[in-house]
Design a binder for this molecule. Structure first.
Ligand SMILES: Cc1cc2nc3c(=O)[nH]c(=O)nc-3n(C[C@H](O)[C@H](O)[C@H](O)COP(=O)(O)OP(=O)(O)OC[C@H]3O[C@@H](n4cnc5c(N)ncnc54)[C@H](O)[C@@H]3O)c2cc1C
Length: 446
């Protein structure tokens, strides 16, 4: 199907989806919900956004803030149903492609500009959550990235480089300090990202939806887009019960795009990853983790976690091709946790869940224009909590004001992601990374 018409098989959309949030810590603790209607009529709008995750909602919010009247968001399931409402909740600067590789790809100047977009996004996020921080965020700020390897000099050099090139002031933490707070002999030195935030990602995503709706965006849930077709110089978007006639379209479907648009779909690798919630650990938490902030390690196949105020531990990591069963997943995730903190042997899992991240081959978001009136903002991978706001800003500024900042993403195109073998390639890459981490550990940690 060419760009005149993009479609999704109707039965495929219906199959296996009840449209509700999956069972997770976040859906269990969402509390008051503000459901949005299903599209059941013919609407018109200057801009129709497909996908109600953070990329779609922040684009709608950015448009509404710039004076675009009534942008429409169509979400197949619930707002935040995808990765945005089920992730680890770590909000930090940057992209899935790390700063050093970003410089290698585009040079220092452009890397700094791209990184700067996420620094501005972080400030915007703080503004947007003002007044509801207590409900949405962990009160302790900062995220630690702890070295799994005995590489003190490399950690210090990284901290120095981040300040010199990216003006990002990280704080070096020596291993002695780490070992006071994290009772494991797996860890070495670390750096603190003081601007990092931990959030209840589903509340955070719903809040972005509410802000957009308050400014006039029309948000529709349980409204899967089945087809997008050119009608003269506009676009006709069809859902099972309604339709939208739009001047411009923004695709924000990420790892859940399936076959809606062939080129975008072929450029997207859906990679599954997982989170575990433990039972309340009581005093046992103190035997392992003594800081209430987020922590992650430096392995390519890393874990990341934070203790909730009620003593449960939220623990994320792994990628795979297939979703294991809930019971199997709990076992796998607890085993990973015990690899770092064997003293917690015997703890029980409350719930474990997974979701798909949309990855591109180059690990940068895919942001740009397919043709006049047809935009995309997707592929934020495993680092989308902050960068989706950056994406929403550049796309909405392009549409509303003709701003060309989005062109900074041009070096990262819509490369073919290897379908149908992509997931197998991703799984293979993960195993390779695990092996490389192991070899590095044996070489460095004596
Ligand atoms: C388990 C997990 C842990 C993670 N942890 C972190 C973390 O701690 N920090 C971090 O920065 N990032 C993390 N990420 C990544 C982050 O969640 C994503 O990068 C980000 O949420 C992507 O947002 P999005 O809007 O692009 O995609 P999504 O949130 O996946 O939204 C896409 C939406 O499009 C909808 N859609 C698809 N097709 C259609 C259609 N035909 N019609 C209508 N709607 C459609 C889907 O239903 C979905 O809701 C994690 C991801 C996962 C899965």
């Amino acid at each position: 199907m060419d760009s005149r018409g993009h479609g999704l098989d109707r039965e495929y959309v219906k199959a296996g989806q009840d449209h509700e949030h999956i069972d997770s810590f976040f859906s269990r603790s969402l509390g008051h919900e503000h459901p949005f209607p299903t599209l059941d009529h013919a609407a018109t709008t200057p801009v129709c956004i497909i996908g109600g995750g953070l990329a779609g909602l922040t684009t709608a919010l950015g448009l509404a803030e710039r004076g675009v009247k009534n942008p429409v968001v169509l979400e197949a399931n619930r707002i935040g149903w995808g990765a945005s409402g089920r992730n680890g909740g770590f909000i930090s600067l940057g992209y899935s492609l790390g700063p050093v590789d970003l410089i290698k790809k585009v040079g220092e100047g452009q890397a700094k500009e791209l990184y700067g977009l996420t620094a501005s996004a972080m400030e915007l996020i703080r503004e947007r959550i003002r007044g509801v921080e207590g409900e949405i965020c962990n009160t302790a700020e900062g995220i630690l990235r702890i070295s799994w390897f005995d590489e003190e000099r490399e950690v210090k050099e990284y901290v120095e480089m981040m300040e010199r090139i990216f003006e990002d002031k990280l704080e070096f933490w020596p291993r002695e300090k780490i070992r006071e707070h994290y009772l494991t002999d797996r860890y070495y030195d670390a750096y603190l990202k003081p601007r990092g935030l931990l959030t209840h990602c589903l509340k955070f995503t719903c809040h972005m939806g509410k802000l957009a709706a308050d400014l006039g965006a029309g948000i529709y849930e349980k409204s899967p887009v089945l087809r997008v077709q050119r009608v003269n110089d506009q676009w006709q978007v069809s859902t099972p019960q309604g339709s939208v006639l739009a001047d411009q379209i923004v695709y924000c479907c990420s790892g859940y795009i399936r076959g809606l648009h062939r080129k975008l779909s072929n450029a997207t690798l859906p990679v599954a990853t997982y989170v575990l919630l433990t039972e309340p650990l009581g005093d046992r938490m103190h035997d392992a983790v003594r800081l209430p902030i987020g922590a992650t390690d430096t392995r390519t196949s890393s874990n990341y976690y934070w203790p909730l105020p009620d003593g449960r531990l939220l623990w994320g990591g792994r990628v795979s091709m297939f979703h294991p069963s809930q019971e199997k997943l709990k076992q796998i995730m607890v085993k990973d946790l015990l690899h770092v903190y064997p003293q917690l042997k015997g703890i029980k899992a409350e719930v474990a869940w997974g979701g798909y991240m949309g990855y591109s081959r180059h690990k940068m978001p895919q942001i740009g224009k397919l043709e006049d009136g047809l935009w995309y903002c997707q592929g934020f991978g495993g680092h989308g909590m902050c960068s989706t706001t950056a994406g929403g800003e550049v796309v909405s500024a392009a549409i509303a004001d003709g701003d060309e900042t989005y062109r900074l993403f041009e070096p990262f195109g819509l490369n073919y992601a290897g379908k149908p073998f992509g997931p197998a390639v991703a799984q293979g890459a993960y195993w390779l990374f695990q092996t490389q981490d192991k070899i590095r550990e044996l070489r460095k940690n004596r």
